[in-house]
Design a binder for this molecule. Structure first.
Ligand code: ZN
Length: 388
């Protein structure tokens, strides 16, 4: 079946003006200011949707999602449940990269690959990182490189923890060995080949990454630190490292007044103001992950969990502050797709995957197409996960 979206204001992310989009077979087949009337496509059945100038953007990519559910840091009852399909689609997310976090013991790569495949069957584009916080990384096949080479959805290692009391306290040699396996695994397969790093609040910050850039031959793109807005000193380190080549990822977690952290929208604004390279900043939700607060002894004092909808919330906050859509979009779409070598994602162009979001006038996610299928219409899911 063909789908004809009439008269959308298309941002590819760059503005293309008012265009008609023809979608079929999960792809964008044509883009033009005025496509022929529906009858021209007969006998193929065509559904037409009139957008009346509403803004159409690429589906968002979320490179950091606890798709199996994360947490478990305050006992077994605090293991967060798996994230249901509509939690992603309602937030305009059409591509997710799942990961294990602190808990690679009761959670497993087998479980994560199965959850990734489940999201695919339900209609999302889904990938995953192998590893989790731990070193040596928990893997499916026994090695990082074999996982990347032989397990189709696995695109790199993440979220390996550094500068955190929950990390395995990896040595520099362990750290660069894993980064090298990611890099070579990426070369062998054309996959991302990225080491996605969870940053904690520890004062060592990004020192392991800086040392790897100084002392090894590894390309800087291999290092992809996240949660860099969790404290202000760490964020300053991220500002200093992005010009050297790594992409930095800010997390759309809730930040309270007076907290030593930047909200995603504050961090992205500050990154731009500091002249950070436009292509080297991304944002992710940490959806399904726990949001624990620890005291100085590493004891948990409070617990919440993150929601994928926070990603669209950060995008909306930036638009509410008056930033142009074409400036904001790459952080949530094309920058992520380019880094992850997902060449069919993050852009609206003929031949790319038909992952599209229509925004309301108030910058809310209104309609969503995932792989050419309408999964959200007027803010209501039209497709639900198996157990929703
Ligand atoms: Zn993390």
């Amino acid at each position: 079946m063909l789908l004809l979206l009439r008269g959308g204001s298309v941002f590819a992310p760059e503005p293309l003006g008012i265009c008609d989009l023809l979608v079929g077979g999960g792809k964008i087949l044509a883009i033009a200011p005025k496509l022929p009337p529906m009858e021209a496509f007969a006998p193929a059945p065509v559904t037409e949707i009139s957008l009346q100038g509403a803004r159409v953007i690429p589906g968002l990519l979320d490179a950091h999602v606890h798709s199996t559910g994360g947490g478990g840091e305050a006992g077994p009852h605090t293991r967060v449940p798996a994230v249901p399909l509509s939690a992603f689609t309602l937030g305009g997310i059409t591509t997710v990269v799942g990961l294990l976090g602190t808990d690679g013991t009761t959670r497993s790569m087998e479980n994560l690959v199965a959850a990734t495949n489940a999201l695919r069957v339900e209609g999302l584009s889904a990938y995953c990182w192998t590893g989790g916080y731990e070193v040596p990384p928990v893997t499916l096949s026994g090695s990082v490189r074999r996982d990347i080479a032989f397990v189709e959805p696995i695109i790199g290692v993440g979220e390996m923890a550094i500068s955190d009391h929950r990390s395995s306290q990896p040595t520099f040699e362990e750290f660069i060995r894993i980064a090298a396996d990611c890099h070579v695994g990426g070369l062998m397969t054309g996959k991302a080949g990225i080491l996605h790093l969870h940053l904690g609040d520890g004062k060592r910050g990004l020192s392991l990454v800086r040392r790897a850039l100084d002392e090894t031959e590894l390309p800087p793109r291999v290092f992809y630190p996240t949660h860099v807005n969790r404290n202000k000193a760490l964020f300053d380190e991220a500002l200093a490292i992005a010009p050297r080549g790594p992409t930095v990822d800010v997390t759309a977690f809730p930040v309270e007044e007076g907290e030593d952290a930047w909200s995603a929208e504050d961090a992205i604004e500050r990154y731009w103001a500091a002249g950070g390279p436009d292509s080297r900043i991304t944002c992710s939700s940490d959806g399904g992950g726990c949001l624990p607060t620890f005291n100085g002894q590493g004891e948990l004092v409070r617990m919440d969990f993150a929601r994928p909808s926070a990603l669209a919330g950060a995008l909306r906050a930036l638009l509410d502050r008056g930033h142009p859509l074409e400036r904001v979009l790459p952080v949530f779409t094309s920058n992520v797709a380019n880094l992850l070598r997902l060449h069919q994602k993050g852009r609206i162009a003929v031949g790319t995957d038909a992952d599209l979001v229509v925004l309301s006038d108030e910058h809310h996610v209104r309609d969503v197409l995932a792989g050419g299928r309408v999964v959200v219409r007027h803010g209501v899911p039209t497709v639900r996960g198996t157990f929703e």
